[in-house]
Ligand binder design. Structure first.
Ligand SMILES: [Cu+2]
Length: 129
């Protein structure tokens, strides 16, 4: 009986490990902004979107500093997309830790086609040294 329990425990452990290793890693690979759940960010940046604007015309980040980007949908249905930082968030997937690794200004747009004002939903992420 004891042996069975040990065997079961081992199986469970393997299952848990396998579950952690797989999944999660989705479409993000091979772009600049390092992104990983393992990195703990001490900074947090909340970006809010409503019909049809972001709450700030620009957002500032520091190069090399991990930051947890949190997307908040105020009204309508929007998202954010910053291809150069490998960042895409929306209501279902609303936070991500990134570490900007290059200085510059990166255009942020709305990732959801939300209606008449969609194309005017533009903001900037500015990464500074
Ligand atoms: Cu939108």
């Amino acid at each position: 009986m004891k042996k069975t329990m040990a065997w079961l425990t081992a199986c469970m452990l393997i299952l848990v490990l396998a579950a952690c290793g797989g999944g999660k890693q989705s479409a993000d690979s091979g772009s600049s902004g390092e992104s990983d759940a393992d990195v703990t960010a001490s900074e947090e940046l909340v970006i809010k979107a409503s019909n049809y604007e972001f709450d700030q015309p620009e957002y500032h980040l520091k190069k090399g500093v991990p930051v947890n980007i949190v997307y908040e949908n105020v009204n309508g249905n929007h998202g954010i997309l910053v291809p150069e930082l490998n960042l895409q968030l929306d209501t279902r997937n609303n936070s991500k830790v990134i570490t900007p690794d290059k200085v510059g200004e990166f255009e942020m747009s709305c990732s959801v086609f939300c209606g008449s004002g969609h194309s005017s939903m533009i903001s900037k992420i500015i990464v500074e040294e």
